[in-house]
Design a protein around this ligand. Structure first.
Ligand code: DAH
Length: 338
């Protein structure tokens, strides 16, 4: 029965489209809307429909009838009393319908803006796999097998694969680069990373990072600071204040974190910066000699700095969005603001 209703709907729709004058419209009425018409015919057969299907079939039929009658009325009014008047199927003088168009997602926009800044400073862009081996994600980065630092990052392991993980950071791409290339190496590594985290306003199980590395003869911490500052000024404006705090990562020594003045309160202290006036934007440090050695680069000859940004964090700073989940709900009302 539903099939028949659908077939009749098709028939009615094309008859309505073809009804370009009063005469054709009258033919439409005689065929479909009168006592002996097609719609009434189907209505009468509603009795044969099994009881449990009746409500849905009845509803579909009613909808079709309402549609046919209201379209009929509308066209009747269009043709008016003058039965000879004709209607063209479309009014060519009307302006075209604008199609809604999208924009790049705010996280993607941030990533592109960051890549632009680093590319202008001479960095290449490198990418690596999201399913990583334990070796690249941890071991080569100087995380010992039983090192508690492994717990700093809650890892998704791959069922059935002994040594495969979803990468917890983009830092393993540094290892891949250093093993493949001889210094000088200067590259950034944007991409998606995964952590087994409880989802909250501040954390997701899937997010983005952008790592960077520069290895050459005589690279110093001063250059790391200069590069981070040049980046931060281009990204957040010339008037930001910043500070470096000592930190710990197994793959850098010394390690640091860079904070900038909170974009919202300008250092006064507010909810976003947890009343400290500062926001952490990047982890960084000098590439650990063990890491260079593991990659076949002699730490007596070469040195390097490395850094890693969380892209969602930077996006939140840039847009003022204060709940990370908003970035992944795909709510157009939010997305179209950026
Ligand atoms: N991989 C670190 C993380 O996910 C971030 C990081 C810190 C990356 C220091 C680096 C670095 O390259 O030098 O928390």
């Amino acid at each position: 029965m539903i099939q028949e209703i659908n077939r009749l709907r098709g028939e009615i729709e094309s008859a309505l489209n073809a009804a370009t004058n009063g005469e054709l419209l009258e033919q439409f009425r005689l065929q479909h809307l009168v006592q002996k018409g097609t719609l009434r015919g189907l209505m009468d057969r509603l009795r044969e429909v099994p009881k449990d299907e009746k409500p849905s079939v009845g509803k579909a039929l009613n909808e079709l009838r309402t549609f046919a009658e209201s379209e009929f009325k509308r066209l009747q009014e269009t043709f008016g009393a003058g039965k000879k008047q004709t209607r063209t199927t479309s009014d060519l003088s009307l302006p075209g319908r604008a199609l809604p168009y999208g924009t790049a997602h705010p996280v993607h926009q941030t990533m592109e803006a960051m890549i632009d800044i680093f590319v202008r400073m001479g960095f290449d862009v490198a990418r690596g796999p999201e399913v990583e081996s334990d070796y690249y994600n941890f071991e080569a980065l100087n995380f010992a097998a039983d090192h508690p630092a492994r717990d700093m990052q809650d890892t998704f392991f791959m069922k059935g694969f002994d040594k495969a993980v979803l990468r917890t950071h983009t830092t393993p791409v540094q290892i891949r680069l250093m093993k493949e290339m001889a210094p000088p190496i200067r590259a950034i590594m944007p991409g998606r990373v995964y952590r087994n985290e409880a989802i909250s306003a501040r954390a997701l199980a899937e997010f983005h990072q952008l790592d960077g590395i520069y290895v050459d003869k005589g690279v110093s911490f001063a250059e790391l600071k200069g590069t981070m500052l040049a980046f931060a000024k281009q990204m957040y404006g010339n008037d930001i204040k910043y500070r470096f705090r000592a930190s710990y990562f197994p793959f850098t020594e010394p390690s640091a974190e860079m904070d900038i003045t909170c974009f919202l309160c300008k250092g006064e202290g507010c909810r976003v910066c947890k009343y400290s006036g500062w926001l952490e934007i990047v982890g960084c440090g000098m590439v650990h000699p063990n890491v260079l050695t593991e990659c076949g680069i002699d730490p007596e000859i070469y040195s390097g700095y490395a850094f890693g940004f969380g892209i969602e964090r930077v996006t939140m700073l840039r847009t003022g969005i204060d709940d990370i989940r908003l970035l992944y709900e795909n709510d157009v009302r939010m997305l179209k603001q950026f």
